[in-house]
Ligand binder design. Sequence first.
Ligand code: FES
Length: 99
Amino acid sequence: MSVAPEPLDGSDCLRVVCAAAEMALTVPPGTSVLEAVRRAGLEVPAPCPDARCGDCETRVLEGEPDHRDGVLTREERAFGETMMICVSRARTPRLVLDL
Ligand code: FES
């Protein structure tokens, strides 16, 4: 029997796997996924100031995003296929992203 993972809040570290880059990293509290992947050396679009441009939209291969952007519709959020990595985090301890 499997047990669903505890949902994360903003104070938890998040484990992110960048599938295309074959790299895993830890995103600490107070750091965005975008900042973490850029620090790890991946080229990603520069963040906009208000999480509304959509340039950082990234496909989610595994895990459940915690959407905090102003771009996706309610339906897109529920579907969970993509996320804005400049502000959004996760409801699961681990995300696998198409990066
Ligand atoms: S960089 Fe603009 S929505 Fe993420």
